[in-house]
Design a protein around this ligand. Structure first.
Ligand SMILES: *Cc1c(COP(=O)(O)O)cnc(C)c1O
Length: 341
């Protein structure tokens, strides 16, 4: 990363440190399509164990891991209930519909990032040949940086058991949710039938997600992974980076949360700017220009070396490759913008 640039677009911009690269170089590898890569096998077992599930499967991306999960739970003509702004609906190219003939039933999120359960209940279709068969409820945690309350997950799970629905979590940043609540990963993930977990976000691996679930589900997912081109060979070089991330970069997510909290605090008193919720959400800060959509704000900051994404709100994401001094600089630059505009 260019040292003078402060890149807060996403926690995916992190680069492997020397220790991680060393672990990758030293990785013991084999052909993973034959399930003979010892490092990938060890990572999958470890993630399954940590998450409270029977089995795990390594994927090149979270998008493919979510897709394989949806395809493994739902058949053609069935549907999944999902948040209107959820990654598994909005940001995966419509993959479940395009590749799986699975119909999404999107529902608006409430302010806190939950899908109100009365709305979920109302969307579950009766057994009637006019309707798609409702098969699955998909949640996301964290969602827009928000931690989904444990009590809500319990109630959602009870609803899925009552209606014989499968229960999937897009846990791209579920480690942020665990660390943010001082919980073990399994306290969250064991409540679901399947969970997709990214190692390539705040955990800092260059690529890789792991899907966890029952052995039967993972066997189905392996077939879909092969079909969509995710069967890789000496994948241990990536799995080693993921193991390194689990060893070194989980607890330190709390540092990312602290950096984001500090950044939000520095921005609270700026005229013309609103910090959503008046605080950071795990490692994210969302900012709204009070006088309405301001397309210049992001560009002005970009030209001065501060990068972030979105538009009213814009999103600033902290990660392991930024520090406190950069938060100071970022806040000062944003303050300058609103002072002169
Ligand atoms: C990043 C992300 C994914 C997966 O993205 P990939 O870039 O395909 O790894 C899934 N869900 C959420 C909420 C994400 O933020």
């Amino acid at each position: 990363m260019n040292a003078s640039v402060i890149d807060l677009r996403s926690d995916t911009v992190t680069v492997p440190c020397a220790g991680m690269r060393h672990a990758m170089a030293e990785a013991e590898v084999g052909d993973d399509v034959y399930a003979e890569d010892p490092t990938a096998n060890r990572l999958q077992d470890r993630m399954a164990e940590m998450a409270g599930h029977e089995a795990g499967l390594f994927f090149p991306s979270g998008t493919q891991s979510n897709l394989a999960a949806l395809l493994s739970h739902c058949r053609r003509g069935e549907e999944y209930i999902v948040g209107q702004d959820a990654h598994t609906y909005k940001y995966e190219g419509g993959g479940a519909a395009v590749l799986g003939s699975i119909q999404p039933q999107p529902l608006e999120f409430a302010q806190d990032g939950t899908i109100p359960l009365d709305r979920v209940r109302a969307a579950i279709k009766e057994d009637d040949f006019h309707f798609a068969v409702t098969r699955l409820l998909a949640l996301e945690n964290t969602t827009g940086g928000r931690i989904v309350p444990q009590g809500y997950i319990d109630e959602a799970r009870a609803l899925t058991r009552e209606h014989d629905l499968r229960f999937h979590l897009d846990g791209a940043r579920v480690f942020n949710a665990a660390v943010g609540q001082c919980l073990d990963l399994a306290d969250i993930t064991a409540k679901f039938d399947s969970v997709s977990i990214c190692l390539s976000k705040g955990l800092g691996a260059p690529a890789g997600s792991v899907l966890v679930g029952s052995r039967e589900l993972i066997d189905r997912a392996r077939r879909w992974r092969k079909m969509v081109g995710g069967g890789m060979r000496q994948v241990g070089v990536l799995a080693a980076a993921c193991e390194y991330a689990l060893d070194h970069n989980v607890d330190r997510l709390a540092d990312d949360h602290a950096l984001a909290a500090g950044l939000a605090e520095r921005l609270l008193d700026i005229d013309g700017l609103r910090v959503e919720g008046d605080a950071a959400r795990t490692n994210m800060v969302f900012l709204t220009c009070a006088r309405g959509d301001d397309g210049n704000f992001r560009q002005w900051c970009f030209e001065r070396g501060l990068r972030f994404g979105g538009r009213n709100p814009v999103r600033l994401v902290t990660h392991k490759d930024v520090d406190e001094a950069q938060m100071d600089s970022a806040a000062a630059l944003i303050r300058d913008y609103f002072a002169q505009s």
